[in-house]
Design a protein around this ligand. Structure first.
Ligand SMILES: C[S@@+](CC[C@H](N)C(=O)[O-])C[C@H]1O[C@@H](n2cnc3c(N)ncnc32)[C@H](O)[C@@H]1O
Length: 252
């Protein structure tokens, strides 16, 4: 819930039918998700914590673009499809309905739930990897989300945060304001998507943590080898991928 009774999950429900068309207009959206998913797969253990398939959570999976990116990155790494389970979790029924309308292998499960509440129901060390693509900014208690991710990760497991962040860079803040007011919000009007959600996109990014703060959150939760990267073009310093790992037992 945000101001004046405006509820984020409801806004995503309204935007769900046009979501894929909107992100198709965003240059680099899918390529950058592919890079983030590859960064996750590169850090995943060879087998799951219980010796079975590797388990990945895609928190805030939306209409499934990030879930698909994980499957594709896994395949590009030459790993067997049967060695991976992915659970997409999203608070918006409408977004999950869009995802469920797509074709998925049996290894993919899609769940309607709040990310923090879903994590709270999982056992310690039960997950091998977590992706949060465009999620963290939307979660009111970010510290709790990161802490819960660190708790459910097994030693050697990995967490990737992929999101917009402009705090601390005047150039990035100006670029973000120009793109939102000049392109994204007008396009939402043209495409009959949810305009308040796209205004929220502007303010939520404007007010989000700096990328250094995001890295610090992961480190404070016990993750190590925390690195971040950005992308070329106007998104340089605006779109970021942050990667961290829980220390392996041997290195603790
Ligand atoms: C911008 S979309 C990104 C979807 C997908 N990860 C992608 O990369 O295309 C953000 C998603 O996060 C979901 N979301 C926001 N807050 C959430 C929360 N607390 N728990 C679960 N999902 C949440 C929204 O419903 C929305 O579908």
């Amino acid at each position: 819930m945000t101001r004046d009774g405006w509820v984020l999950a409801d806004a995503f429900d309204r935007a769900a039918p046009t979501y894929d068309a909107m992100v198709a207009l965003s240059p680099g959206y899918h390529d950058q998700l592919a890079t983030a998913a590859t960064a996750l797969v590169d850090r995943l253990p060879r087998a799951g914590a219980d010796g079975g398939p590797v388990t990945v959570l895609d928190l805030g999976c939306g209409s499934g673009a990030s879930t698909r990116a994980v499957l594709d990155a896994w395949a590009r790494a030459g790993r067997r499809p049967s060695d991976l389970n992915v659970r997409g979790v999203d608070a918006s029924e409408g977004m999950v309905a869009q995802a469920r309308a797509k074709e998925w292998p049996d290894a993919v499960e899609l769940v309607v739930a709040d990310a923090v509440q879903h994590l709270a129901g999982l056992a310690d060390g039960s997950v091998d990897g977590v992706l949060g693509a465009y999620l963290l900014r939307n979660v009111p208690d970010r510290e709790r989300l990161v802490r819960e991710v660190a708790r459910v990760l097994r030693p050697g497991g990995a967490f990737v945060v992929h999101d917009y962040s402009v705090a601390g860079s005047l150039r990035a803040r100006v670029a973000w304001a120009a793109v939102c007011h000049g392109v994204i919000i007008p396009l939402a009007v043209l495409k009959r998507s949810d305009v308040p959600l796209h205004r929220y996109l502007y303010t939520s990014v404007r007010d989000f943590d700096s990328v250094e703060t995001v890295c610090g959150r992961l480190q404070a939760a016990g993750l190590v080898d925390v690195r971040h990267r950005s992308y070329p073009g106007w998104q340089d310093g605006v779109v970021h991928t942050v990667v961290g790992s829980l220390p392996d037992r041997g290195s603790r």
